[in-house]
Design a protein around this ligand. Sequence first.
Ligand code: GDP
Ligand code: IMO
Ligand code: MG
Length: 422
Amino acid sequence: MPVDVLIGLQWGDEGKGKIVDVLAPTYDVVARFQGGPNAGHTLTFDGIKHVLHQVPSGIFHPHILNVVGNGVVLDPVVFRQELQKLTDRGVDWAQNLYISKKAQLILPSHRALDRLHEEARGSTKIGSTLKGIGPTYQDKIGRTGLRVGHVLLPDFEERYREAVAQHAATAGHYHRTLDIAAEEAEFFVAVGFLRTLQLTDTEFLLNDLLRQGKRILAEGAQGSLLDIDFGTYPYVTSSSTIAAGACTGLGIAPRHIDKVYGITKAYCTRVGSGPFPTELTDAVGEQIRQAGREFGSTTGRPRRTGWIDLPALRYAIMLNGVTELHLMKADVLDGFAEIKACTHYRLPTGATTPHLPDPGQLQDVVPEYVTLPGWHSDLTQLSAAADFPAPLQAYLAFLETELQVPVRIVSVGPDRVSTILR
Ligand code: GDP
Ligand code: IMO
Ligand code: MG
């Protein structure tokens, strides 16, 4: 069963891009199955930091095919810029990149609508990345969207105009105009560029490769708590971010899935609005933000920070069927005398629960913590699990007991080499 799925277990930015890059050499294909330019996946190696938004994180390995699957929403403008940057850095991607003709196209008018919807929500805004994700998935589900394959049709521009007319009507409901004239020119340049790429029905490509025994790594974007069904709705993204999304987002049958890698930070972060029970708005939260450089890879926004949330992780592990955990950014906690972990929530009724309640109730829970000793050492200098300080060993053992899944990787720095296998 050669498809493994890698997903974020929290609210995104767990370090998925780094681990895809680390694991990539043992795979033949890396495939994105959902999300779009809302993602920002950071890879650091040879002293250079790369941030990928829509290009799969296997692109730096010449032997790997990189697939943008049908479940993705693709902004051609952002894609062209990303690929140009890779070209400038000497990455030869042309033969290794395939894009599904069934992926949805993000239009300039989707970005404009994203802004209008958010403005209209006022104090209940989602805190979206304003990349047009919600409106594009809305059109997909509403069966009015444009697909990547449509750029190859002779009447593409006509279809585009029809879509924009509908979007203009929606803007009219807000008594606003779309105001996208300036963005349209670069959109059509980017569409011309998209036509030169390998656009295909990637479900056939992937299943052919599977038949040949090739190994596929499905790269999740966002995180399980941002999932459209199971996340903290409505403060979620608009796609299936959990492992099951890899099947529909790539056209791969469930029986092919083997391992599910669950990526979590040693603490917790969130960008945008919505409940975050273990959030720290005090000096400790600020210390985590500074030590972890917790500022968004896509929008630069400061990330909200807090302690690790085990009820939320248990939920995500259940939904995804996680077979192994990868604990990221352990080094960020180096300077902490004590580390806290939320094991239970206290509900407004006074009862405690180890489970995540309905998102509507999550605002009102009070986290119950256990406190563990910090390790008072510089983890970034370590290269083997045998050298882990005793308090870190104890923290890992504690997590494995609480979560009932083995921690197989501990990450101790942004670079590819700062990755310790257990
Ligand atoms: P993704 O969206 O899940 O791929 O994660 P992001 O790239 O948005 O955010 C993770 C951030 O943490 C990036 O800036 C990474 O370079 C950085 N990072 C990843 N792993 C580690 C680690 O173990 N330690 C530290 N200090 N930084 C890390
Ligand atoms: P990666 O793949 C963190 C958040 C936004 C907002 C909500 C909805 O880098 O982990 P959207 O633009 O999708 O409509 O925004 O989801 N969000 C992310 N947060 N990491 C991401 O991606 C995110 N993608 C979206 O901040 O709260
Ligand atoms: Mg990110």
